[in-house]
Ligand binder design. Structure first.
Ligand code: 3HC
Length: 744
C-alpha cells in the first residue's frame, strides 16, 4: 500500500472538477487518472479537456523532484475509448483548411513529452484502450493490462485513421503483419494475446493493476527494466523489402474489403512512410492527413452510424423512465422454419434457454436440425467443435405442447403470415402463458393490433421483426402498437441487447421501417427497366454505389415470389404511389423464382450462388416493356449512371420522409441504422436519411417532381418532403417540425 504525501491529503480539492487527476505517492510515482465519463475519451478542446490537462500534469510530474516515474490509468475501470468522436464529428472542411482541433499536436505531446520525456511512464490498462487510448498507451514506456481488456485501433470504422502515432507504433510493437491485420479489421485483441505479441508487458488481476504498473515504472527508472521507446523499436519489423511486400498484400486486401472510401489506403501510406523514413516520419504523415480525413463525407457518414447505433437503444419516456427490464430466463419460439430456427439460434447462441414448438414431430425434428446446423455454422468457422455445439444445443428444448410454455418469459411466434392462424396462436398463448409473459410476433406485414385482437393482453403484444437469416442479421425491428406497454418495449430492448441485435423501435405500419422505406427501391428498378434500361446495368450501378447487390440480384436472393407477394400488399396499402409491373409475374409463370430454382433475373448453376447472365431474360423484358408502354414511341430513355442512382434512391428518401412524418420511427438516425443493417445501405454514406440530407432535400424534391410529371405517381413527392424543401429544413428535422401530436 502506497502512502501519499501529506500535501496530497488535499488531493480531493486540487483535483475537484478536473478530467485528469494526479496523486503523487511516497514511492515517487505520480498516478494520473483520466476521469471523463463515459469512456475517458481524449478530447482536445482547451483547458478543460483531457489532452490539455494530461499534458499539463505530465509536464508538472516531469518537473517535480519528488516524482521518479508516472503511471496513467482510467477511472471507473476504463482506460480510454480514444479520441472524442463527438468532437471529431464536428470537424468541418472550410475552403482548403479544416476546423480540426490542433490545440495539442500528437507528435509534440506523444512523441516528445511522453515517449521522449525524462521520466518513465507506464499505462495501467483496464476495460479498454481503443484508438487514441491505445495510442496513448503505446507512447508510454510500459503497459500493464488487466484481464478482459480490449486493445485495438478501430479508427477505420469511423472513416479516419489512427492519428496519434498508431500506424507507426503498433507495427513496431506487434510486427507489421499483425498490426496491419488489427487496423484493417478494426478488431481489438485481448491481453493474453497482446502479451504474447509484445503489446503489453504483463497481465495482472485487476486489483494488482496499479501496484504492478507503479513497480514496473519504478523498475524502468532504476534500470531494472529496459526503457523501451516504441518509435525506436526495430526488432519486430523486418527488412524494408519484406515490409513493402506485406503492405502490397495489405493494399490488395483493402481493395477487396473497402469500396468507395479512401482512408484505408491513406492509412497504409502512413504505415509505409513510417517504415521507409522512420517512426517519427510516420506520425508526422498521420498528422498531415488526419484533418482532411476527419472532415470527409466518409467520416461524417460512419460517425453518424456510430452514434445512430447507440441512440437506437434509447427511447424517450421508456428507457429513461426508471423501468427495469424483466430478466428473460427462457423464451419460447413457435415455428421451426427458416425464421423460427434462426431466432432460436440467436437466442441459444447468447445463452438464452429456448423452447421450440412445432405442430408435429417431423417438423419439430427438422426445426431442431436447422438450429443445430446454424449453431455449427456460427461456431465452427471451419473447425467443428462438437462440445461447444452441444453446450449451445443443450439450451434448446423441443415441444409439441403449449403446456411447456407455462414458465417462459417471452414467446416469439414465427409461423406463416396467416391472420387467423396468428390470432388463434395468440389466444392460446394467453391461456397457457403466465400473465407477465411477453407475446411477440415476427410478422413482417400484419398489423399487431389485428394479431392480438382476440386477447385481453394487448399491452404485452409486441412485434419482434427479425431479418433473415435471423441468427446472422444484426437488426431487430421492435414493433409497438398504441396499447403496447412501456414495460414490454423495455423488455424487448433488453432482449435485443442480450442477443446482440441493434433494435429500432417502430410503430405498426405496413412494412415497418426497412421494408416500407425500400419498397420504392424495387419499384424504381422496374420503372427503369420499362424505360429501356437493362436490369444488369441497374444492378451494376447500384452495387458500385455501395449496396451489396442491386434490386434484381436481391430479388433472386430473397425469391421473386416474395417480391410479387409483397408488391400486392404495397399495392393495397400505398395505392397512390405504387408502380405496377408484370415482370415478376412473367418470370414466375416460367418458374423463374431466383436462386432457389437456379433461374430468375440471372441463371445459377447447380449448387452455386454466383449469378450468370441469362440471355433469355431479354424476351421477358420486351414483353414487360410492351405491357407498360412507358417509353415514348418505344425509344429507350437515355439515363446516366448518376441518374440511375438518383432514380432508384430519391423515392426511397421520399418514403423515409413519410415514415418520419408519420411517427413510425423515433428519430431519423433510426432509419439510418436500419437501412445500413437491414438493407446493406453503405454505412460510409451515413444511412438513408443522412445521405438524403447530404444530397439536399430541395434537390431531391425538385427531381422527384420532374420525374413524376414524366413517369407518374411513383415519383410524386410527399407532402412531408415538400414542406421540408419549401421550409429549407432537413429530413432529420421532420419529426421536430411535424405538426400535430405524436400518434404513439
Ligand atoms: C486520434 C485517434 O486515432 C482517433 C480515435 O481515437 S477515434 C476513436 C476510436 N475509438 C473507438 O472507436 C471506440 C468507440 N467506442 C466503443 O467501441 C465502445 O463505446 C466502447 C468499447 C468504448 C464501450 O462500449 P460499451 O461499454 O458497450 O458502451 P457504448 O454504449 O458503446 O458507449 C458508451 C457511451 O460512450 C460514448 N462513447 C464511446 N466511445 C466514445 C468516444 N471515443 N468518443 C465519444 N463518445 C464515446 C458512446 O457514444 C456512449 O454514449 P451514450 O451513453 O451517450 O450513448
Amino acid at each position: 500500500m502506497v502512502t501519499l504525501h501529506r500535501e496530497w491529503s488535499l488531493f480531493g480539492i486540487f483535483n475537484m472538477g478536473r478530467v485528469v487527476q494526479m496523486e503523487v505517492g511516497e514511492d515517487g510515482v505520480a498516478l494520473l487518472t483520466l476521469n471523463k465519463p463515459p469512456v475517458n475519451s481524449l478530447d482536445n478542446s482547451g483547458p478543460d479537456s483531457v489532452m490539455y490537462q494530461l499534458k499539463e500534469l505530465i509536464c508538472e510530474a516531469h518537473s517535480r523532484p519528488d516524482v521518479k516515474a508516472i503511471v496513467i490509468r482510467g477511472a471507473n475501470g476504463k482506460f480510454s475509448g480514444g479520441a472524442d468522436i463527438g468532437s471529431l464529428q464536428k470537424v468541418k472542411q472550410v475552403g482548403q483548411s479544416t476546423t480540426f482541433p490542433t490545440h495539442i499536436r500528437g507528435s509534440n505531446f506523444f512523441n516528445d513529452i511522453i515517449e521522449g520525456g525524462s521520466k518513465p511512464i507506464v499505462a495501467a490498462i483496464e476495460g479498454f484502450a481503443l484508438g487514441g487510448g491505445l495510442e496513448l498507451a503505446m507512447a508510454c514506456h510500459g503497459r500493464i493490462a488487466a484481464p478482459k481488456t480490449q486493445l485495438g485501433l478501430p479508427e477505420l470504422t469511423l472513416g479516419i485513421i489512427p492519428g496519434l502515432g498508431g500506424t507507426a507504433r503498433l507495427p513496431r510493437l506487434v510486427g507489421l503483419t499483425k498490426a496491419v491485420d488489427m487496423m484493417l479489421t478494426s478488431k481489438p485483441i485481448m491481453p493474453e494475446e497482446a502479451k504474447k505479441l509484445g503489446l503489453v508487458d504483463a497481465v495482472v488481476p485487476v486489483q494488482q493493476l496499479v501496484p504492478a504498473a507503479r513497480k514496473f515504472a519504478l523498475d524502468i527508472a532504476s534500470g531494472k527494466q529496459a526503457w523501451r521507446k516504441s518509435l525506436s523499436l526495430t526488432d519486430r519489423i523486418g527488412s524494408q523489402e519484406e515490409s513493402l511486400k506485406v503492405l502490397k498484400q495489405a493494399r490488395a486486401r483493402a481493395q477487396k474489403a473497402y469500396r468507395n472510401v479512401p482512408h484505408p489506403f491513406v492509412m497504409l501510406d502512413c504505415i509505409e512512410a513510417g517504415i521507409k523514413n522512420g517512426g517519427v516520419a510516420g506520425t508526422l504523415k498521420e498528422e498531415e492527413v488526419s484533418p482532411g480525413l476527419t472532415a470527409s463525407p466518409t467520416a461524417k457518414g460512419l460517425m453518424n452510424i456510430f452514434f445512430a447505433q447507440r441512440s437506437a437503444f434509447k427511447i424517450q419516456g421508456i428507457t429513461d423512465s426508471g423501468l427495469k427490464p424483466h430478466q428473460m430466463k427462457s423464451v419460447a419460439v413457435i415455428g421451426g422454419g427458416l425464421m423460427g430456427s434462426g431466432i432460436a439460434t440467436a437466442l441459444a447462441l447468447n445463452s438464452v434457454p429456448v423452447v421450440l414448438k412445432e405442430v408435429n414431430e417431423e417438423f419439430l425434428q427438422a426445426g431442431l436440425q436447422r438450429i443445430e446446423a446454424n449453431v455449427k455454422a456460427r461456431l465452427a468457422r471451419g473447425a467443428p467443435n462438437q462440445e461447444k455445439v452441444q453446450k449451445v444445443m443443450s439450451l434448446v428444448r423441443g415441444t409439441l405442447d403449449y403446456a411447456d410454455f407455462s414458465d417462459v418469459d417471452m414467446v416469439i411466434e414465427a409461423v406463416i403470415e396467416s391472420v387467423p392462424l396468428k390470432q388463434q396462436i395468440f389466444a392460446d398463448l394467453e391461456k397457457y402463458c403466465k400473465p407477465t409473459c411477453l407475446l411477440a410476433s415476427n410478422t413482417s406485414t400484419i398489423d399487431l393490433g389485428v394479431i392480438g385482437k382476440n386477447t385481453k393482453s394487448q399491452d404485452r403484444v409486441i412485434g419482434a421483426h427479425f431479418f433473415s437469416p435471423a441468427h446472422v442479421m444484426p437488426l431487430l425491428e421492435i414493433v409497438r402498437t398504441h396499447d403496447t406497454s412501456k414495460q414490454a418495449i423495455q423488455d424487448m430492448l433488453a432482449l435485443a441487447k442480450t442477443i446482440k441485435k441493434v433494435p429500432v423501435v417502430v410503430r405498426s405500419c405496413v412494412g415497418f421501417a426497412v421494408n416500407r422505406v425500400f419498397f420504392r427501391y424495387f419499384q424504381a428498378g422496374h420503372l427503369l427497366v420499362h424505360l429501356g434500361l437493362h436490369p444488369y446495368r441497374i444492378d451494376a450501378v447500384i452495387k458500385a454505389f455501395g449496396m451489396p447487390m442491386g434490386p434484381f440480384r436481391l430479388a433472386d436472393l430473397t425469391g421473386i415470389q416474395i417480391g410479387q407477394a409483397t408488391s400486392g400488399i404495397y399495392k393495397e396499402a400505398f395505392s397512390d404511389r405504387v408502380y405496377l409491373s408484370n415482370l415478376n409475374e412473367l418470370l414466375l409463370k416460367d418458374n423463374r423464382v431466383g436462386e432457389r430454382t437456379g433461374k430468375g433475373y440471372y441463371n445459377y448453376s447447380k449448387g452455386s450462388r454466383v449469378e450468370q447472365p441469362a440471355p433469355e431474360l431479354e424476351s421477358y423484358l420486351v414483353k414487360s416493356r410492351q405491357a407498360a408502354r412507358l417509353i415514348p414511341e418505344g425509344k429507350v430513355v437515355d439515363v446516366s449512371d448518376e441518374e440511375i442512382v438518383e432514380m432508384i434512391f430519391y423515392g426511397v428518401v421520399d418514403e423515409a420522409a413519410r415514415v418520419l412524418d408519420e411517427d413510425v420511427v423515433v428519430r431519423s438516425s433510426d432509419l439510418d441504422i436500419a437501412s445500413v443493417l437491414g438493407m446493406g445501405f453503405p454505412a460510409y454514406r451515413g444511412g438513408v436519411a443522412f445521405w438524403g440530407d447530404s444530397v439536399g432535400v430541395e434537390r431531391i424534391y425538385s427531381k422527384l417532381k420532374h420525374w413524376s410529371s414524366l413517369y407518374g405517381p411513383l415519383y410524386k413527392p410527399s407532402a412531408a418532403l415538400e414542406r421540408a424543401a419549401h421550409g429549407k429544413y432537413s429530413l432529420s428535422q421532420i419529426i421536430e417540425k411535424r405538426s400535430g401530436a405524436s400518434r404513439l
